[in-house]
Design a protein around this ligand. Structure first.
Ligand code: FES
Length: 357
């Protein structure tokens, strides 16, 4: 999988809410097939902000087939989102890697499935792509969207959702939950927390009738929604969760991570990237194989450095590593030997990793 960045032309920038924009982008014609994507996948962007190489992932919010479009919400203290919401202009360019990600589903014409989507804030972006693709592909399938926001003015893609509802009136249900505004119906007032999700599943939506659940939003909402769907008896592979960030590890885990890294100090690792193999030492103070490789001058790919995006994925071809957390790789990828190098530390001599595999 290519780890290089390509400049995409910015076709349009639209203010979606006070603090969120959508950006429509187009690759050079010779790269259009490389930038084809599956619904729910994301792009990794790179920008030089005050001399620092800053990278972030943003989900594509449209169905495959047209230009790329992402939603970017400014978060307090967020370097990339603050820069992007102020600086991106039509006619400019934005560097991106080709689309990737596992938060996707194969929709099949002829299927009649029932999908339940949990979205919070900008977590709507990949879910919008999945809903639109699913409704258009599976003429007999239904979607229910439970969408949490602070206020009605902070809801992203309200127009798109309204037009989808018009097009697919009988097959799409949208319920908004607002923390800071009161509706006549108490159920819709407040966060999608454990109690509210339980109330929804006992009154609005029968979890027994759900075939697939898509979940993307704040960490606590995702944990609660995932647990509720699994408790309702859904198989894990039909409950898809997309995380943008990871919680900070507990202090005890950080202590273990530091000890493991200290023991690995100086271990040699064979690293293959862009067809070249190099022997690189592990340095405990970097904390990860990724950063040791970067310190040695290798162009090892990354974005979140938090175990979420899988941009730093490499295949472990020899030896053993300890991966601190993994929110980005599927069980299948782990079984195939892939690791997140931003989270990995070698556990002995003889570690060999291949970023090109
Ligand atoms: S850089 Fe995102 S998981 Fe490693």
């Amino acid at each position: 999988m290519s780890t290089s960045f390509h400049p995409l032309t910015i076709l349009d920038v639209r203010q979606e809410t006070d603090d969120a924009i959508s950006v429509t982008l187009e690759p050079a014609p010779e790269l259009s097939s490389d930038f084809s994507f599956r619904p729910g996948q994301h792009l990794t962007f790179r920008a030089d902000i005050d001399g620092e190489d800053v990278r972030r992932n943003y989900s594509i919010c449209v169905p495959p087939g047209g230009p790329l479009k992402v939603g970017i919400k400014r978060i307090v203290g967020g370097r990339f989102s603050t820069w992007a919401t102020r600086s991106l202009k039509p006619g400019g360019t934005l560097d991106a890697m080709t689309p990737r990600g596992h938060f996707t589903w194969t929709f099949e014409a002829g299927e009649a499935r029932t999908y339940l989507c949990f979205a919070g804030g900008s977590g709507i972006t990949p879910i919008l792509s999945l809903i639109e693709t699913g409704l258009a592909t599976e003429a007999n399938s239904r979607f229910t969207l439970l969408y949490g926001n602070r206020t009605s003015s902070s809801i992203m893609f309200l127009e798109e959702l309204a037009s989808l509802k018009d097009r697919f009136m009988d097959r799409l249900q949208v319920y908004h939950f607002l923390d800071a505004e009161a509706d006549d119906v108490d159920l819709f007032n407040g966060r999608l927390d454990e109690q509210r999700i339980a109330r929804v599943l006992s009154s609005l939506v029968d979890p027994k009738g759900i075939d697939v659940a898509f979940i993307c939003g704040p960490g606590a909402m995702m944990d609660n929604a995932e647990r509720a769907m699994l408790d309702a008896g859904m198989p894990q592979q039909q409950v898809l969760v997309e995380r943008f960030t990871a919680d900070r590890p507990a202090a005890a885990d950080e202590e273990i991570d530091r000890s493991v890294a200290a023991l690995a100090e100086g271990l040699g690792m064979q690293i293959t990237i862009d067809g070249r193999r190099r022997l690189v030492p592990f340095h405990a103070e970097t904390g990860s194989i990724l950063e040791s490789a970067q310190q040695a001058g290798l162009p090892a790919p990354f974005a979140c450095k938090a175990g979420v995006c899988a941009t730093c994925r490499a295949r472990l071809v020899a030896g053993e590593v300890r991966m601190k957390v993994n929110y980005g790789l599927s069980a299948e990828e782990v079984a195939q030997g892939y690791v997140l190098t931003c989270q990995s530390v070698p556990l002995g001599e003889g570690v060999a990793l291949d970023y090109d595999a």
